[in-house]
Design a protein around this ligand. Structure first.
Ligand SMILES: Nc1ncnc2c1ncn2[C@@H]1O[C@H](COP(=O)(O)OP(=O)(O)OP(=O)(O)O)[C@@H](O)[C@H]1O
Length: 305
């Protein structure tokens, strides 16, 4: 289990992580989601003792990382960046890592196999693609067969086959009772595999919910309306305390009112419509909505309601 207790990290005036209190439980894949700059990597680095918190604590099974006797045997991590020296091969890199961390050398061949790197085990890391480097980083995280896995954006650079592989790997580890904590800035990457989703934005916790809870929230009925009088319709909805999103000058999404009621409201107020259609929201759009206000870099928003 991983525990954050009022975990904060400030860089000058930037609150990279702010008073985060969350528990990440075994037997589950927990997705850690947030836009670029939300504070995901900083949080993961603090778990691993690579960054010191400004205040609060990040604990692994109740202990700080530096208090663990054999850290690699408890927690395996792959933090974005390169794994291994460019002059190494996957085999020499993993053998050295195994040696310095009291791991059986047989594990090297097992993780090479498991990570799909056996055929390039003697090639220099220097020439590796981003996807191969990701596989190598993940194989290093798996080396000591730890119960806890921390993976920072592991799907970056992976092809479709690689993404299926990493999803399966995370699922298997969680099903065997492991704790899997995986970050991504894309909901689409983790929604299929994550049981629990922790959303952060600008260092603040936005949501900590099961994927099903977020889906329930996301599946509100959204009616898309195309009209040359979007602002008039928006004013009407505002006056009735109804939720909506102005997509552009001609397009508005009405949330929760339903198809017929939306059409009837427009008709009763003489608002010309060119399109009226209903669909349930996706988890992706719920995520975008929840994180929009906390984007560090974003286009000007036209959202209202
Ligand atoms: N060493 C540092 N010095 C100063 N500011 C930093 C440092 N590391 C991170 N930050 C800032 O802290 C905030 C959180 O960054 P972090 O890398 O943790 O976000 P992230 O969610 O991992 O983003 P990404 O998806 O882009 O990797 C950002 O505003 C970032 O600019």
């Amino acid at each position: 289990m991983i525990t954050f207790e009022s975990l904060s990290k400030h860089y000058g005036t930037t609150r990279a992580v702010n008073q985060l209190s969350v528990e990440i439980h075994p037997g589950k894949v927990t997705g850690f989601l947030g836009p670029n700059g939300a504070g995901k990597s900083t949080t993961m680095r603090m778990i691993l003792g690579l960054d010191a918190p400004t205040s609060g604590r990040a604990l692994i099974n109740g202990q700080r990382y530096d208090q663990l006797t054999y850290p690699m045997h408890t927690v395996g991590a792959h933090i974005s960046g390169t794994a291994g020296h460019p002059g190494h091969t996957p085999r020499t890199f993993l053998r050295a890592l195994a040696q310095s961390n009291r791991v059986r050398q047989q594990r090297v061949e097992q993780v090479l196999e498991e990570s799909g790197l056996s055929s390039v085990a003697t090639k220099r890391i220097r020439g590796f693609s981003l996807g191969m480097r990701q596989r190598l980083g993940i194989s290093a995280a798996l080396l000591a067969d730890p119960d806890i896995l921390i993976l920072d954006e592991p799907m970056n650079g992976l092809d479709a086959q690689g993404i299926t592989w990493i999803r399966q790997l995370m699922r298997n580890r969680a099903d065997q009772g492991g704790t899997v904590f995986v970050s991504s800035h894309l909901m689409s990457e983790v929604q299929q595999v994550a049981d629990q989703l922790i959303l952060i934005g600008r260092g603040d916790l936005i949501a900590n919910a099961t994927t099903q809870q977020l889906i329930n929230e996301a599946t509100e009925l959204v009616v898309t309306v195309r009209s040359p009088h979007v602002l008039a319709l928006a004013d009407l909805l505002t006056s009735r305390n109804l939720k909506f999103r102005v997509v552009d000058e001609q397009l508005i999404e009405v949330i929760g009112l339903g198809l017929q009621a939306t059409g009837a409201l427009a008709f009763a107020n003489g608002i010309e419509l060119h399109e009226l259609s209903a669909a349930h929201g996706s988890l992706e759009s719920a995520y975008n909505q929840l994180t929009q206000e906390s984007m560090e870099f974003s286009a000007p928003s036209v959202e209202r309601g």
